[in-house]
Design a protein around this ligand. Structure first.
Ligand code: AGP
Length: 610
């Protein structure tokens, strides 16, 4: 998973590219590089490690030129090193790449035999040589890229420039995201919108097999076969500041506090409280009437949202739901019966396992739909071919640990369940109106939980030396136990397990020992009485109970060492509210332990490779 930025215009490219890469660091960061064209020559700077290393190098030896490309890398082929860092060059051709060229070994062998000398271990460099060879035959840059792209298989978002074509960049999009930014007498190519938001909000999302040739004055879109294509120019309403940290120490903390707004934005325009109507814009709701079973396909946090969605859809639409790990679904022989809806849930819309599972489900005859946060992403476009996409309007989520995307996924699932239930006649207008009234109060209720940030930070400080933790929940809060454990482990590196509390007696209770922190989701609406029993079991074995409970609970104070309260609310809103203390606890533990909260080790924001 890498980040690409390209610029053509009348301003110096270097700083525009570096600032754009900074917005893409979440996509991977083991090395980075920039190249510009000046007087017919290519000038390259590359550095291993974080982008700041490259920025320091550029301070010492700046690049001049108004045509340039840049890249932050998350290694897939070739260890993190300067020689493997992008951009890669060959005979005046420069390439940056996100994805995997699957036939790179065969091509490397062929090119070596043709006398080509390689400077890196990467699959990307092969593409630079292919374009160089095609260029030597006199082809234009666009035609040389087209011919080279015909030779490679796999996933590749590429941006290419050539010394004899200043002011021209060529971008290719196959299975990895690439967007075009249209400015005034300047244009951009980038892996994701935040990289260019400071300069333009007019964006084109390239489709599978699209090629873009950009100059400061013109953007030409074709297929890789050269046929003209027409793609909509979308006006992105994310302001640059939304993609900044907004005064918070980390993107993750900012995004946790953005959740009330993100939920309000996700509800906006979709709630007809008076007439008890839900408006699922972008979704063919009528087609949901004939659905007999929903199969959720997702990974990680999005899979946890799917578990909450199961309860919501079964309750409000009365349709059975299976929640599948996409990475498992895609590799077994799944049985997909007529009337099945495959519902992909993905923040990035680019997760390879989820995309592949969705395509597999469609090939097996399922109807497809998605809940996504990124406009025009691969999963979104796959779903747009059938029942459509219900977008979460969480805005850019830069922190690798998903927070606002998760809560807005739950809200989107709630809306979908209500809309589906209404369309199928399982819910009447009054029932929908009641739920919508509750849902529209959620942003305010979330703010009251976020007000406890300092209390949660104090609890986190007592956990900094912890080696193991357990999260326990029941009913709709069982997925929140899983999510809380994932948040803690992925950013603080503390081993954490989430469990259905009823499972304690089937094994995990053996883990309870003196002072082991056990975060217990003991809210009023999801297994409260049974959770009190589990809390007693934990206490009897010396475990330390940190409870997430409901305001007004009179019993929990004497049972738990620490209590974080969420407001009283209908049980269906408890997951979204109980998730907030879990997120903040994980954040403050990680911050206290000094880990890289926004870019945890070994992780990337979106896993676009298998
Ligand atoms: C969540 O904190 C993780 N970063 C990860 O589990 C993530 O949810 C998963 O990779 C799925 O990503 P997606 O929602 O973009 O498909």
């Amino acid at each position: 998973m890498c980040g690409i930025v390209g610029y053509v215009g009348n301003r110096q490219a270097q700083d525009i590219i570096v600032e754009g890469l900074r917005k893409l660091e979440y996509r991977g960061y083991d090395s980075a590089g920039v190249a510009t064209l000046l007087d017919g020559r290519t000038h390259v700077r590359r550095a291993v490690g974080k982008l700041s290393n490259l920025a320091n190098l550029l301070k010492e030896t700046p690049l001049v030129g108004t045509t340039g490309v840049g890249h932050t890398r998350w290694a897939t082929h070739g260890r993190p090193s300067e020689e493997n860092a992008h951009p890669h060059t060959a005979d005046g051709v420069t390439v940056v790449h996100n994805g995997i060229i699957e036939n790179h070994l065969a091509l490397r062998d062929e090119l070596r035999k043709a006398g080509r000398v390689f400077k890196s271990e990467t699959d990307t460099e092969i593409f630079a040589h292919l374009v160089a060879l095609e260029s030597a035959r006199g082809l234009s840059l666009a035609d040389a890229v087209r011919a080279a792209a015909a030779r490679v298989h796999g996933a590749f978002a590429l941006v290419v420039m050539r010394e004899d074509s200043p002011g021209v960049l060529v971008g290719v999009k196959v299975a990895s995201p690439l967007v075009v930014g249209i400015g005034d007498d300047e244009a951009f190519l980038a892996s994701d919108v935040p990289a260019i938001l400071a300069h333009t909000r007019r964006v084109i999302f390239l489709e599978e097999g699209d090629m873009a040739v950009i100059t400061p004055q013109k953007v030409t879109l074709t297929t890789l076969r050269g046929e003209p294509v027409d793609r909509p120019v979308r006006v992105i309403d994310w302001t640059p500041v939304m993609a900044e940290k907004g005064g918070h120490k980390h993107f993750m903390h900012k995004e946790i506090f953005e959740q009330p707004r993100a939920v309000a934005d996700t509800l906006r325009g979709r709630v007809g409280r008076e007439e008890g109507q839900v408006f699922l814009d972008g979704v063919k709701v009528e087609e949901l009437k004939s659905i007999k079973r929903v199969v959720v396909l997702a990974c990680g946090t999005s899979w946890h949202a799917g578990l909450v969605g199961k309860a919501l859809i079964e309750q409000f639409a009365h349709v059975p739901v299976d929640v599948e790990l996409a990475s498992e679904f895609r590799y077994r022989e799944p049985i997909v019966e007529p009337g099945t809806l495959a519902l992909a849930i993905s923040q990035s819309g680019e997760t390879a396992d989820t995309l592949a599972a969705l395509k597999e489900a469609r090939n097996l005859g399922a109807r497809v739909m998605a809940i996504c946060n990124v406009l025009g992403s691969a999963i979104a476009r796959e779903a747009e071919k059938d029942l459509g996409v219900l977008y979460t309007h969480a805005g850019p989520e830069i922190g690798v640990a998903s927070t606002k995307a998760f809560v807005t996924q739950i809200v989107a699932l709630h809306l979908m369940a209500l809309g589906m239930g209404r369309a199928r006649g399982h819910l009447d207008a009054q029932a929908v109106r009641t739920e919508l009234q509750a849902l529209s109060r959620l942003p305010k209720l979330m703010e009251s939980v976020l007000d406890d940030d300092a209390q949660i930070a104090a609890i986190a400080r007592t956990m900094l030396g912890t080696r193991d933790t357990l999260f326990l929940g029941r009913g709709m809060c069982f997925p929140i136990a899983l999510e809380g454990a994932l948040k803690l482990k992925e950013i603080s590196y503390i081993h954490a397990e989430g469990y259905a509390a009823g499972e304690m007696k089937h094994g995990p209770i053996a883990l309870i020992e003196h002072d082991l922190p056990v975060i217990c989701l003991v809210t009023q609406g999801n297994g409260y009485d049974k959770m009190l029993g589990n809390i007693q079991e934990v206490r009897a074995r010396g475990g330390r109970v940190i409870a997430i409970a409901t305001d007004g609970d009179k019993q929990i104070g004497s049972l738990a060492q620490d209590v974080i309260y969420i407001p009283q609310c209908p049980r269906f809103l408890e997951p979204a509210l109980a998730a907030l203390p879990c997120q903040l606890l994980a954040y403050h533990v990680a911050d206290g332990r000094g880990t890289d909260v926004d870019q945890p080790r070994n992780l990337a924001k979106s896993v676009t490779v298998e």
